[in-house]
Design a protein around this ligand. Sequence first.
Ligand SMILES: [Zn+2]
Length: 147
Amino acid sequence: MTGPSITPDFTALEVPMDTWSEPFWQGTAEHRLTFPRCTTCGTFRWPAGPFCPSCHAQPVDWVPAGEPRIYSFTILPVRSAGDDEPARQRIPVLVEFADAPGVRLVSVLIDAMPEAAAIDARLVPHWLPAANAVVPAFRLASPEISR
Ligand SMILES: [Zn+2]
C-alpha cells in the first residue's frame, strides 16, 4: 500500500534572503514565480546574484517564469508509522520553466503517487508557509496520468 508524496512543513524555516534574491520572495508572497533576467544580455541569472555570468552586468528585470515542468526528480522512501499506515515518500524535484530558459528551481513534488512522477510532467505551483516567506512547492497538473 502506497500513499501520495509528503508535503513538508516549512513553518519553522527561516529562508535566507539578500538584496539579489529578495524580489523572488516578494513574488512568492503574492503567489507569483519570477526570475531575474539580465537587462543587458537577456541571460537568466539563477541563483540570483550580483553579476551576470555572461556579460558581468548588474541590472536585472524580474520576469514571470511561465509553465513549470519536471526537469529531474528522485523518490525518497519514508519509514511508515506502522503496518496499517501506507508507505510514503518525499519527491524532491528540479523544476524548469517555459519562459525562463536555463533556470532550474529546487523544490518538492507534493500529493503525487510515485509512479505518476515523470520527466517533463506539467506542474502547478502550491504555496507553503515558512517563518519569513512563502515557499513554492508543486503538484502534478494532471495527477491522474501515470506512465
Ligand atoms: Zn548579461
